[in-house]
Design a protein around this ligand. Structure first.
Ligand SMILES: *[C@@H]1O[C@H](CO)[C@@H](O)[C@H](O)[C@H]1NC(C)=O
Ligand SMILES: *[C@@H]1O[C@H](CO)[C@@H](O)[C@H](O)[C@H]1NC(C)=O
Ligand SMILES: *[C@@H]1O[C@H](CO)[C@@H](O)[C@H](O)[C@H]1NC(C)=O
Ligand SMILES: *[C@@H]1O[C@H](CO)[C@@H](O)[C@H](O)[C@H]1NC(C)=O
Ligand SMILES: *[C@@H]1O[C@H](CO)[C@@H](O)[C@H](O)[C@H]1NC(C)=O
Length: 379
């Protein structure tokens, strides 16, 4: 193969050196060489319908590719932009295009217009910052799109959106968005991917699955491993239930095993959808760390930070105690009603005696005849 592919340009001598071969072999060799390396670009290897231009420090996709190219690998080079000029000739047979590891920053409009039968496109391991919504022709046949490790940060989320929401990836069945810093998925991100069955969101720092995000595509395989999910909300579980054939991978998420996860736990224990159900472990709280989720009992799921609830119960308790004290007080009063009555009478009598004493003294004081007597009696 190597002989064929390099024989077009500089290395013709190699073929001549093999003239000791039989004439027929020689002829066949030349024929094959002429056919297969018809237009094979510099720094590329061409064999059968495959062209490989790998790790050559190319700064653009080589032009004059063989017209019958089906599989094109231009990986590990240094191509920062791809645009309508990248594929100036019509490549009717090209189905697989691998552009991984090129530091690609921009994917411009109409770049794939000359590749009408493109089915698999690998743009992984690049640094995409702009991606035209019109990069793919309207009637494209793209079924697999690999955008693994293609966007270096969350700030390019709108770029991802513009690609996926362009509305013309209608045949897309496999989408690899793994190893991107996605964090939060806008709820309409997959809404127009009406054929998508295989979605990888592995290792993408995703913190939650919002209502509606996964509703539209007819998913069969969903990889959510190694994200930052602490639980799955009821709406996500409902969306999973509506897709009975869906298979989900969830290992490597830091599940928080508190009272909010009980819905998910019920679902995990009863569902057959999670392939790696045995591999789910709690990350929090400390007491349950590394414990398999399947072995956690409902009664172990506590809400430690739930201070409001604690306060509420203590207020109710205080109220009950006060009411009880009140009731006891009234009861004591009731039981002692006779004694209290007697005590009141005693007080009343005592008061009356006292007042009568005053009254008597007043009368004595006001009687001048008894004045001396009263003064003596006071002493
Ligand atoms: C890649 O291309 C850029 C310019 O586009 C250049 O500055 C850089 O040195 C190139 N890197 C390599 C490894 O050739
Ligand atoms: C996408 O590319 C990465 C490496 O660049 C590879 O590991 C992964 O398997 C590819 N995904 C698909 C769906 O082919
Ligand atoms: C989720 O979205 C559906 C459809 O838009 C809506 O009917 C439902 O009320 C939403 N659920 C929540 C909890 O927001
Ligand atoms: C458990 O799953 C079965 C079907 O797999 C379903 O019929 C049943 O209602 C589920 N039970 C609970 C408690 O969700
Ligand atoms: C679960 O984890 C073990 C090792 O921790 C691994 O060997 C096994 O393949 C995992 N199973 C699944 C279904 O991921």
């Amino acid at each position: 193969m190597r002989l064929l592919s390099t024989s077009c340009g500089r290395d013709r001598g190699e073929i001549r050196a093999r003239s000791h071969m039989s004439g027929v072999m020689h002829f066949l060799f030349l024929l094959a060489a002429v056919l297969s390396c018809h237009g094979c670009p510099d720094k590329c290897l061409c064999f059968s319908q495959t062209v490989k231009c790998q790790n050559q420090d190319l700064d653009a996709i080589p032009h004059s590719l063989p017209a019958n190219t089906k599989f094109l690998f231009v990986t590990g080079n240094n191509i920062s932009h791809i645009s309508v000029d990248s594929f100036p000739t019509h490549l009717q047979m090209l189905t697989d295009l691998y552009l991984s590891g090129n530091e690609i920053e921009s994917v411009d409009a109409m770049v794939f217009d000359n590749l009408p039968n493109l089915v698999r496109l690998d743009l992984s391991n690049n640094n995409i910052q702009t991606f035209s919504g019109r990069a793919f022709p309207l009637d494209n046949k793209v079924q697999l799109l690999n955008l693994s490790r293609s966007f270096h940060s969350h700030s390019f989320m709108d770029v991802v959106l513009s690609v996926l929401q362009s509305g013309n990836l209608l045949k897309l069945t496999v989408l690899d968005l793994s190893n991107n810093d996605l964090v939060i998925l806008p709820d309409n991100i997959f809404a127009s991917l009406s054929s998508l069955v295989d979605l990888s969101l592995q290792n993408s720092a995703i913190i939650s699955i919002q209502n509606g995000t996964l509703r539209a595509p007819p998913l069969l395989d969903l990889d959510l491993r190694y994200n930052s999910l602490r639980d799955l909300p009821a709406t996500a579980l409902e969306e999973f239930r509506l897709k009975p054939a869906l298979r989900i991978q969830l290992a490597g998420n830091p599940w928080r095993c508190d009272c909010f996860i009980d819905n998910m736990l019920l679902w995990l224990k009863n569902s057959t959808q999670v392939i790696d159900v045995q591999n789910q472990t709690c990350a929090e709280p400390e007491a349950l760390r590394r414990q398999p989720l399947l072995q956690v009992e409902q009664s172990q799921l506590k809400c430690s930070g739930d201070m409001d609830g604690v306060l509420e119960t203590s207020y109710v308790f205080l109220g009950l105690v006060l009411a009880l004290i009140g009731v006891i007080f009234l009861l004591v009063l009731y039981l002692n009603r006779k004694g209290i009555k007697r005590w009141m009478y005693n007080i009343r009598d005592a008061c009356r005696d006292h007042m009568e004493g005053y009254h008597y003294r007043y009368e004595i004081n006001s009687d001048p005849r008894l004045a001396n007597l009263s003064i003596n009696s006071d002493v």
